[in-house]
Design a protein. Structure first.
Length: 173
């Protein structure tokens, strides 16, 4: 739970412009403004809107499309999760399915998180964020680790830790 709150705070910091007292906040879109205000009022809000809010092209309609698409994907992965007893097998399948469905083209120029859903463009941060969202919804405990020029995911399983690197489709698990 502490890790989720840390990620939520990090997203707020990343997405929102922090203004000094007396200064106005400026938003790129009404969607970003609404998400910022909702998150301030409700700290248990979902991470997906925070990750999408920084993109000025996202509105409520597009958010609902992306959210629905992700909900369907998580439901498919939950069915797979129920079929297998081994978390390692489940993670292998999820890793491959995320690569196949979302992570099509690595882009080192920091594509917006929404590009994962538009054209499959991603970098280590957005790919890792997507894995974290999906795995958290499936009940896994995850930690995002960031180094100077790279981010990766750590998944805590009983008795072991699994590392995921979104940018390595062949050996990233």
């Amino acid at each position: 739970m502490k890790r989720v709150n840390f990620i939520r705070i990090l997203c707020l910091w990343f997405v929102c412009i922090q203004a000094a007292p007396g200064q106005a906040l400026y938003f790129q879109s009404p969607f970003e403004r609404n998400i910022f205000l909702q998150t301030q009022a409700n700290s248990s809000s979902s991470l997906l809107p925070l990750l999408l809010a920084a993109d000025a092209t996202i509105d409520d309609t597009r958010f609902n499309q992306i959210s629905g698409q992700l909900d369907n994907f998580v439901a498919q992965m939950a069915r797979i999760q129920r079929k297998y007893q081994s978390d390692e097998q489940v993670l292998q399948i999820i890793f491959g399915q995320v690569q196949k469905q979302y992570l099509h083209s690595y882009d080192k120029n920091y594509p917006a998180f929404s590009q994962l859903f538009v054209n499959g463009k991603f970098n280590c941060v957005s790919g890792t964020g997507l894995y974290a969202l999906i795995l958290q919804r499936l009940g896994y405990t995850v930690e995002i680790h960031e180094k100077a020029f790279h981010a990766y995911l750590q998944v805590q399983l009983p008795g072991t830790v699994v590392l995921m690197d979104a940018t390595d489709s062949q050996n990233g698990l």
